[in-house]
Design a protein around this ligand. Structure first.
Ligand code: SIN
Length: 373
């Protein structure tokens, strides 16, 4: 019941929807932990074409261009729609959207909420709408464990209660099943995702015979906080967009030699460089002191709170970072309508592989894809 699930449930009106959520609505979903925001060409000097071009370039040669064109063309309409549903995006005094810069974007293009609160605030706004929608029934505390298939068509799901270990399952029948069950971060030694998310839904679809695409395409975020916690709190890429630098224990800016765009190189390149520094014992860290200074306390409240929990003062100290499993680009293969290879089965959000992200998702295109699909 993350962003993809809740938005889809709302858009399916007036069809009746039964939403299954292992945790209370919105909790346990990676969407709520998203810091950066949603990528959309909202500025008059920007365009969906430029956004599509950046998406294709970042994706390491494997993005479906038609998908990139169509998703980026729809982005602005979805931001306006979310605004109407109550998402409190940051605005300038003139009322235009405040846009953050993130790696591999050619413009500032990420709509945000209170600096680094986009996921939490969008989810809060949607949950209000879902809970008051007459056509949606939310069943929480349960997990889907198996797809029911008959004659090559998905006809329902088996569900079991989560508490006290999975109970005996019961079968629920329905004319259509939409999978929106997140990625696989919890399978890895270090992740930025809620720990329950371990690829269960991709596995369930594969066991039912659905086609899975690019399962090996897993994205690592370069600046998870290396503070002994797993899941690791995120230090959003928007910090580097504001000029924060990556340094090692000798104070060297190691991204300068790694890519012409340095800290704003595509995420896979930055993640590999951070990982190499960690492996060499060079203790990579994100230095926000000069570029952001004390403004981090007001402009990035989630990062500030995570630093405090870790006993760090980001105004005076660099933030230790590590690469951590962050987003699964592969997943249940879908066409441009979100239909899987099995009749009766659709997928959207991180569990789906639509072709938008290729081998390396462009920052803040994840929430966008969840909205569009
Ligand atoms: C971030 O805020 O750095 C994460 C954005 C994303 O994963 O799209």
């Amino acid at each position: 019941a993350g962003l993809a699930a809740q938005y889809a449930a709302l858009k399916l009106a007036p069809r009746p929807v039964l939403m299954l959520s292992p945790e209370p609505l919105g909790e346990g979903a990676s969407s709520s932990w998203a810091q950066g925001g949603v990528a959309a060409a909202m500025d008059p000097t920007d365009s969906p074409n430029a956004h599509a071009r950046d998406t294709v370039l970042a994706g390491a040669g494997t993005v479906d261009r038609n998908v990139a064109q169509s998703v980026t063309a729809e982005a602005c309409a979805h931001i306006l729609d979310l605004t109407g549903l109550g998402a409190p995006f940051d605005r300038t005094a003139e009322g235009t959207y405040v846009l953050s810069r993130e790696a591999a974007h050619s413009s500032a293009r990420v709509v945000r909420v209170l600096g680094d609160q986009a996921g939490a605030e969008i989810m809060r706004a949607l949950a209000v709408q879902v809970l008051k929608a007459d056509h949606i029934q939310v069943l929480d505390g349960v997990m889907a464990t198996r797809l029911e298939v008959s004659g090559g068509r998905v006809i329902g799901v088996a569900v079991a209660q989560c508490s006290g270990g999975l109970s005996k399952s019961i079968a629920l029948r329905g004319p259509a099943v939409l999978l929106a069950g997140g990625g696989s971060g919890g399978l890895f030694a270090l992740t930025t995702n809620p720990p329950r998310i371990r690829g269960q839904v991709i596995g369930m679809a594969a066991r039912a015979g659905a086609q899975i695409a690019d399962a090996e395409f897993v994205q690592f975020h370069p600046t998870a906080m290396a503070c002994g916690l797993d899941p690791a709190p995120l230090a959003t890429e928007a910090l580097r967009g504001e000029g924060a630098t990556l340094i090692n224990r000798h104070g060297e800016r190691f991204m300068r030699g790694a890519h012409p765009d340095a800290e704003l190189a595509p995420r896979d390149i930055v993640a590999r460089a951070v990982y190499a520094q960690t492996q060499a014992g060079l203790q990579p860290a994100l230095d926000t002191r000069t570029a952001i200074g004390a403004k981090i306390l007001t402009d990035f409240p989630a990062v500030t709170q995570a630093c405090r929990l870790a006993g760090l003062d980001p105004v005076t100290q660099p933030i230790p970072v590590a690469a951590a499993a962050h987003y699964h680009m592969g997943g249940v293969a879908t066409d441009m309508t979100g239909q899987s290879s099995l009749a009766g089965l659709w997928a959207c959000g991180e569990v789906a592989s639509t072709g938008l992200h290729g081998a390396n998702r462009l920052a803040s295109n994840g929430l966008l894809e969840a909205l569009v699909y």
